[in-house]
Design a protein around this ligand. Structure first.
Ligand SMILES: Cc1cc2nc3c(=O)[nH]c(=O)nc-3n(C[C@H](O)[C@H](O)[C@H](O)COP(=O)(O)OP(=O)(O)OC[C@H]3O[C@@H](n4cnc5c(N)ncnc54)[C@H](O)[C@@H]3O)c2cc1C
Length: 402
């Protein structure tokens, strides 16, 4: 039997939105581990304390290296595995999720897949053990969303490469053992002249000038870092404009961006769980709040947004290139949808909890959830820059999402 003149085998299944059973098991175990480690989670934020011992436990269970290739000491699992693990971790501890995100999807993963083996072997095993982390240093005060205006320079001279410039709002910048710095190399103007250089945080001339305290997520604070570093080896040039250049740098960034989407799905789930449990047990005017239609509709809208964001996130994480980097447009859609629903669900949970939603974190977690997730519509590409990207693609005929 043919349909539209096509002979199609009815047993061929295309899109499967179900996670493999083993990934559900992986997510459950990650959630249980995070729950067992996160007893002091609110203190990590309040005291600005990065939980190195707990992060080392994640490392000992293979969580930090789950996506890294086996030759780099990782488990070699696909990007989707990292996404479901991050989603599970973020339901218990934003800090543990972020530490895993930085190791599994961040600069260390770029070193594992693209860098010279000697550079990889120097840094990646320590990151996967939870002994250090590598930050990503892109943003400058004058060059935020507009990367074409990045002014930090990497120049080659007889004693090696020199890096000069100042980066700001570098997550974990004061904790990191090394920074993956986006810098201008060579003569090409705009983004075409940009690449990545790895700078040892202990090198003379690499100085943390300021550490910001921010709205939430203070266990991994952001730093302003001055670079006036000389004598850097050739192999520290991880991406040069002449070898993949800006396009490869941005492609690698999609691994981080999809991790943010996964974390945001987990945060949204946690906020909705808190809200739904409260609505079920809180009786006002003789009935549980869960029986009020206005509240039911708000919950239904948010559940719909979350499920849509998860599907976009899983799809984006499942469609990767040979390095394990997801597609840019897929990732933009996922991160936009997931960060929006995370902020919306965290805010709605506070509203539905009444006064309980705004008491401080040691009495109720709701206010901290909103504080921790608020930055994620800005970090990793602002919502507006993702909309610009998606709008441009749609208007040039490449935005269908198929
Ligand atoms: C929690 C968090 C963690 C971060 N971690 C890191 C890190 O580890 N490393 C790092 O390098 N950076 C990091 N950043 C910085 C982040 O990448 C920048 O904040 C982001 O690129 C935006 O730059 P900006 O803040 O200077 O905003 P600006 O570029 O000044 O933009 C301000 C506002 O204007 C909007 N806007 C700008 N241009 C346009 C346009 N063309 N069209 C429409 N709207 C526009 C933006 O979307 C934004 O809402 C982090 C930020 C946050 C919030």
């Amino acid at each position: 039997m043919t349909v539209l003149d096509l002979q199609i085998d009815p047993t061929v299944r295309g899109w499967s939105p179900e996670l493999p059973t083993v990934y559900q098991e992986l997510a459950d175990r990650a959630g249980q581990l995070a729950a067992s480690l996160a007893g002091e989670d609110h203190l990590w934020d309040a005291e600005g304390r990065f939980p190195w011992p707990e992060v080392a436990v994640l490392g000992s269970h293979g969580v930090l290296g789950l996506t890294h290739p086996e030759e780099a000491g990782g488990a070699g699992l696909p990007r989707l595995a990292a996404v479901v693990v991050l989603e599970a971790l973020a339901q218990h501890s934003f800090t543990l999720a972020e530490a895993t995100q930085i190791a599994a999807n961040g600069p260390a993963y770029v070193l594992s897949t693209i860098a010279a083996p000697r550079l990889r072997d120097r840094w990646v095993p320590r990151v996967l053990a939870g002994e250090t982390l590598i930050s990503i240093a892109i943003t400058e005060v004058d060059a935020g969303s507009s990367l074409a205006e990045i002014a930090t320079n990497a120049t080659s001279d007889p004693v090696g490469w020199s890096v000069s410039g100042t980066k700001c709002f570098v997550t974990g910048g004061s904790l990191a053992g090394a920074h993956l710095v986006m810098a201008r190399m060579g003569e090409s103007p705009g983004v075409r002249g940009l690449g990545y250089v790895l700078v040892d945080a202990g090198a003379p001339g690499c100085d943390v000038r300021q550490v910001h305290r921010k709205i939430g997520g203070n266990a991994t604070p952001e730093a302003v870092i001055d670079f006036a570093v000389a004598g850097i080896d050739d192999e520290a040039i991880v991406i040069h404009p002449d070898s993949g250049g800006f396009a490869l740098a941005m492609q690698s960034y999609n691994a981080m961006r999809i991790g943010i989407a996964g974390m945001c799905c987990g945060v949204a789930r946690r906020a909705l769980d808190l809200a739904e449990a409260h609505l079920a047990q809180r009786v006002q005017g003789g009935r549980p709040l869960a029986r009020r239609q206005g509240l039911q509709w708000r919950i239904a809208e948010l559940e719909l947004e979350l499920e849509s964001a998860r599907l976009l996130t899983y799809r984006a994480a499942s469609r990767v290139d040979e390095h394990g980097f997801p597609d840019g447009l897929d990732t933009a859609r996922a991160k936009l949808a997931a960060s929006r629903v995370a902020v919306a669900a965290a805010d709605a949970a506070i509203q539905m909890l009444g006064w309980r939603g705004i008491v401080s974190a040691e009495d109720h977690p709701a206010e901290r959830i909103l504080r921790e997730v608020r930055g994620w519509t800005i970090a990793g590409g602002t919502s507006e820059s993702l909309l610009n990207m998606l709008g441009r693609a749609a208007l040039s005929g490449h935005g269908s999402g198929r």
